[in-house]
Design a protein around this ligand. Structure first.
Ligand SMILES: Cc1cc2nc3c(=O)[nH]c(=O)nc-3n(C[C@H](O)[C@H](O)[C@H](O)COP(=O)(O)OP(=O)(O)OC[C@H]3O[C@@H](n4cnc5c(N)ncnc54)[C@H](O)[C@@H]3O)c2cc1C
Length: 378
């Protein structure tokens, strides 16, 4: 265990971007501290469908996917607000695993590689002076040459640093995400995306024959239901007969749903006062694309290789930041744009139906759209 309070790399946020960055960096011999405000294992709002593009990377990091016996998903079922079905093949496909299992398994790998983990600890601020960052928190204040901000969709640090997207949210572009684990009979190899007014609900299998049931809608719609999730579901989601049937007959595995609010898909900066941002902290792709997790992991891979050059004195800090901006944009900018554009078609029952009918009758177009929101294996 690293005793010093100066590190090569400090990572704020132990989700997929942070954990993958930590594992790679510690395995390469760097001293790494990782701060996570929660305690593993814990649940997270997420559809828990991972695009296949990140499987080789996860296996390289040490995730034993064979032992976990995860469902492999190859088909996409979409239903419109009336419950009519549209079926598509997924060119690359994906697999299902809960964040409860995935994040805690990666956390254990990170610790085994030598990452100093500080959990149950929220970082309050980071200041930069004389080429060093100071990481402010109550449990383990420390300094680091590099700080990676992998603190997710919206954190206290976004607000503290007054990042522009936090101000844009007041304009009303806020979403909420709600998640359950359920038992429900449906095909292991299929992810379903059931639409409802101003939102969509994904369902796919994860480990142990459980299913993840997760939906996204606007904060305004939840407010209109008096901030009652139950009322929202009954008044709005149940308009789609498929959702009514699922919610009425599934066995729910938690008493209360898991919910997050203030989700924004606005563009974000990649560097803030020399803190390098990765994963959702750098930009969140709309969940209907089903690959935010792969993007978070891929960004950590890109970032790790650039940071390694900086720590080996091969490039300067400004060269490192410029290279990260350039490589990140090349890999992800277009995908985020396509994701946002496609999401605009979902919401109004009329445009959703029209969009799905068009996609269904033009398989080549639907295939290229799915490809445009996904990357190649890494
Ligand atoms: C409704 C919904 C459904 C989705 N479904 C899918 C899907 O099916 N497939 C897919 O690939 N993607 C999906 N996504 C996207 C996916 O969840 C994210 O892209 C992914 O989790 C990003 O990982 P991350 O590491 O950036 O952030 P996170 O996994 O959110 O991790 C950030 C971590 O930082 C911690 N943290 C925050 N602030 C601090 C602080 N100050 N100090 C210490 N710790 C801190 C948090 O506790 C958290 O653990 C979905 C997103 C939503 C909203």
């Amino acid at each position: 265990m690293h005793e010093s309070s100066t590190y090569d790399i400090a990572i704020i946020g132990g989700g997929l971007a942070g954990l993958c960055m930590g594992i790679q960096s510690a395995a390469a011999g760097f001293s790494v501290v990782l701060f996570e405000k929660e305690v593993y294992p814990f649940h997270k709002v997420c559809g828990e469908y991972i695009s296949m593009e990140s499987l080789p990377f996860l296996q390289r990091l040490g995730l034993d996917t064979d032992q976990l016996k995860l469902p492999v998903i190859k088909k996409l079922l979409l239903t419109d607000v009336q419950g009519d079905e549209y079926r598509f093949a997924l060119p690359l496909g994906g697999f299902g695993i809960s964040r409860y299992v995935l994040d805690s398994t990666l956390f254990n790998i990170a610790v085994s590689k030598g990452v100093k983990a500080v959990t149950n600890c929220k970082v309050h601020d980071v200041t930069f002076q004389d080429e060093m960052h100071f990481v402010e928190n109550n449990a383990h204040p420390c300094t680091a040459k590099i700080v990676v901000g992998s603190f997710g969709k919206k954190s206290n640090l976004d607000v503290k640093w007054k990042r522009p997207f936090t101000r844009m949210e007041r304009g009303g572009k806020n979403y909420v995400g709600i998640k359950y684990h359920v038992r429900y009979e449906h095909p292991h190899d299929e992810i379903a995306l059931h639409n409802f007014k101003d939102g969509y609900c994904g369902m796919s299998k994860i480990e142990d024959d459980k299913s993840c049931l997760c939906y996204l809608t606007t904060a305004a719609q939840l407010q209109a239901a008096g901030n009652s999730i139950r009322k929202l579901e009954e008044d709005v989601l149940y308009q789609n007969p498929r959702l009514k049937s699922i919610f009425s007959s599934a066995t729910f595995l938690y008493n209360e749903p898991l919910a997050i609010s203030q989700i924004s898909f606005a563009a974000k900066s990649l560097v803030h006062d020399h803190v390098l941002l990765a994963g959702d902290a750098a930009g969140l792709i709309t969940p209907l694309c089903g690959n935010g997790m792969s993007m978070a992991m891929h960004a950590s891979d890109i970032l790790f290789h650039i940071v390694r050059k900086f720590l080996a004195n091969e490039i300067s800090r400004s060269e490192m930041e410029a290279e990260y901006n350039q490589q990140w944009s090349k890999q992800f900018k277009q995908r985020l744009f396509v994701g946002r554009t496609v999401q605009n078609f979902f919401g109004s029952p009329v445009t959703t139906r029209l969009f799905l009918k068009t996609m269904n009758s033009l398989p080549a177009l639907s295939r290229s759209l799915i490809r445009a929101t996904h990357g190649k294996s890494f």
